[in-house]
Design a protein around this ligand. Structure first.
Ligand SMILES: CC(C)(COP(=O)(O)OP(=O)(O)OC[C@H]1O[C@@H](n2cnc3c(N)ncnc32)[C@H](O)[C@@H]1OP(=O)(O)O)[C@@H](O)C(=O)NCCC(=O)NCCS
Length: 155
């Protein structure tokens, strides 16, 4: 995870965390993923290629009202292959196996065109602009406008 993407400023540009400076930071994040999963407070999957078994990214689902909110990323060399729409689709399918889930959402910076496209290709609909919603510290310390994307069970 550290080598593949966690230290890469191109990957983290529109994320809520700065590139990791060392592997200890990455290990601490993995510990938090494991704890969150045990407590059912968040679910993070690592993504691997079928052919080489290389770890290329991750996708996480956090419970929120009536469903889950998604976060996701891929190592740069694997952008543009349609991997994330496929992963998003798989997580949405998993989410809707839970009877209480009626919607899955994701927020992306309004300048993060690649993320918006990945969500649209996975069937998500752009619902609204969330004004001054998330701080993306690699851009600035001010909260930034984001698009909210959703997919609902009844769509
Ligand atoms: C967002 C992200 C996960 C998309 O995953 P992906 O598997 O590359 O998605 P796709 O292959 O469907 O490509 C989506 C769009 O990315 C853009 N794209 C494609 N190749 C690209 C490349 N090499 N470099 C930059 N953008 C590219 C295209 O606009 C594409 O849309 P299109 O298919 O309509 O042309 C990936 O770009 C990424 O990890 N970005 C950094 C982390 C991030 O911003 N995560 C989302 C936070 S909300």
């Amino acid at each position: 995870m550290f080598t593949a993407y966690a230290q890469d400023p191109a990957v983290t540009r529109y994320l809520m965390w700065r590139p990791h400076a060392n592997i200890a930071e990455t290990e601490a994040v993995i510990d938090r993923f494991l704890t969150a999963w045990e407590r059912q407070e968040g679910f993070c999957w690592f993504l691997f290629t079928n052919d080489t078994d290389e770890m290329i990214g991750s996708i996480a689902a956090r419970p929120e009202n009536n469903g889950f909110n998604l976060g996701f990323l891929l190592a740069c060399p694997h952008w543009g292959n349609g991997y994330m729409p496929e992963a998003i689709g798989a997580v949405v399918e998993w989410a809707f196996t839970e009877p209480w889930v009626s919607r899955v959402s994701a927020a992306c910076d309004i300048e993060n065109y690649s993320s918006a496209r990945a969500l649209e290709k996975a069937g998500f609909v752009r619902e609204r602009i969330l004004h001054e919603f998330l701080v993306h510290p690699n851009i600035s310390s001010a909260p930034r406008n984001c698009f909210e994307y959703t997919i609902t069970r009844s769509l």
